[in-house]
Design a protein around this ligand. Structure first.
Ligand SMILES: NC(=O)c1ccc[n+]([C@@H]2O[C@H](COP(=O)([O-])OP(=O)(O)OC[C@H]3O[C@@H](n4cnc5c(N)ncnc54)[C@H](O)[C@@H]3O)[C@@H](O)[C@H]2O)c1
Ligand SMILES: O=C(O)C(=O)C[C@@H](O)[C@H](O)[C@H](O)COP(=O)(O)O
Ligand SMILES: [Zn+2]
Length: 368
């Protein structure tokens, strides 16, 4: 690994035939960036929010070729901005500025900005180029890679969207220095996910490197991001449209999305995924298909990384209604990603609601 903060550390390719693209991982918006962006079209729109812009808009603008027409569109900060309203506002901006089909959109931000900008890119004039500049850990390890783009609907998370791949992903790990501890932990929830579903060795590495991760040690972080992107790239290349393998990336999300949809003002995606992962593991433990010791390892690691492991109180009917809107539901039957051991998970159809409810109840925080 290079120690020089100006150079690229890693490049990973997402292999999707003619839609393949690189993930560049470096420390700072660096000297290579102008070269990597030299093929940008004439019209460029950066989509971001004010919090992120305050830190990273100027360096990104400085790295763009100087003769381009650059528009900046800032959305509101927060999950509520991943909406059809924000989507329509960006469309208005692009149309008012006369942006053509050969424009490019740059998503500068976390998962909210990336998912929304990607969906705009997928649909503006039936599809324009877009580039991801993820600035949260969650976006660097997960949402910027793989082409799931979406907005939320009051009925649920990511209900309106498209599979649409970026042209390239540019990850700069020093951006994480300005991220809050809470949002940093959210990214770690998705990092832990990769260990649980796919790579037992990586899970053990996370257990052994908790302190360095929490201290945001650059080399430790670079490895965690690289390994996460490698796993995601491999899964996406094998199953871009989630016909099978890719569904594993949804571990904990059936439960997590229900919590998020009900409590989006107070719960973050990564926090809800952490709790959802615990519920999934607890369900399997109750079925005696997951060991007590693996269950305890997951709970301990998530807790140590600063994540919640207990669900908020939520009515049984609300859980059921929310989970019925999950995109994995097939012929009216719920399907879940369930770990069988650390490093391996499977998708299963479960028709016995009482068994699911038992796992949810056991993991729910009781305030009385
Ligand atoms: N498309 C996918 O595959 C995928 C994967 C995982 C999650 N998601 C989606 O991602 C979203 C969550 O993303 P998120 O956790 O990045 O949340 P987010 O985008 O809301 O960002 C979290 C907070 O961090 C701030 N922020 C961003 N970068 C910063 C920086 N470098 N320094 C300081 N503050 C910074 C943001 O302004 C925001 O307040 C959810 O909507 C989730 O559904 C999508
Ligand atoms: O890339 C994927 O595939 C994922 O499922 C990654 C998840 O972490 C992410 O939260 C995704 O947006 C969930 O997708 P959804 O299909 O359940 O909306
Ligand atoms: Zn997720």
């Amino acid at each position: 690994m290079q120690a020089d903060s100006q150079t690229l550390i890693h490049r990973i390719d997402v292999g999707l035939a003619e839609r393949s693209y690189p993930i560049h991982i470096g420390r700072q918006l660096n000297s290579e960036l102008p070269l990597l962006l030299s093929n940008l079209p004439q019209q460029v729109c950066i989509i971001t929010n004010a919090t992120i812009a305050a830190h990273y808009l100027a360096p990104l603008q400085a790295a763009l070729p100087s003769d381009r027409t650059v528009l900046v569109h800032a959305i509101a900060d927060g999950e509520h901005a991943k909406s059809l309203t924000s989507y329509a506002e960006i469309m208005d901006t692009l149309i008012a500025a006369g942006f053509n089909r050969d424009c490019a959109l740059l998503a500068l931000g976390g998962g909210v900005v990336g998912d929304l900008a990607g969906f705009v890119a997928a649909t503006y004039q039936r599809g324009v180029d877009f580039y991801q500049f993820p600035t949260t850990l969650l976006a660097q390890v997960d949402s910027s890679v793989g082409g799931k783009t979406a907005v939320n609907h009051p009925g649920g998370k990511n209900l309106i969207g498209a599979f649409y791949q970026p042209k390239a992903v540019f990850i700069y790990t020093d951006c994480l220095n300005t991220l809050s501890s809470r949002d940093f932990a959210c990214g770690l929830a998705e990092v832990v996910k990769y260990g649980v579903i796919y790579d037992a060795e990586f899970f053990s590495w996370l257990e052994q490197n908790q302190a360095q991760l929490l201290a945001r040690d650059p080399e430790t972080l670079a490895y965690a991001i690289k390994r996460s992107c490698e796993i995601k790239a491999e899964i996406v290349a094998a199953d871009e449209r989630e016909q099978g393998l890719r569904a594993l990336l949804n571990l904990g999300h059936t439960f997590g999305h229900a919590i998020e949809a009900e409590y989006y003002h107070s719960w973050r995606h990564g926090e809800a995924v952490a709790v959802g992962t615990v519920i999934a593991a607890h369900y399997m433990r109750l079925q005696e298909q997951f060991t007590e010791s693996d269950y305890q390892r997951i709970v301990r690691l998530l807790k140590n990384l600063g994540l919640p492991t207990q669900a908020p109180a939520l009515d049984e009917l609300k859980w059921q209604q929310r989970m019925q809107r999950d995109k994995k539901v097939k012929s009216g039957r719920m399907r879940f990603i369930l770990p069988t051991r650390i490093g391996h998970a499977e998708m299963r159809t479960i028709t016995d609601w009482s068994a699911i409810w038992q796992a949810i109840s056991a993991v729910t925080e009781h305030t009385d």
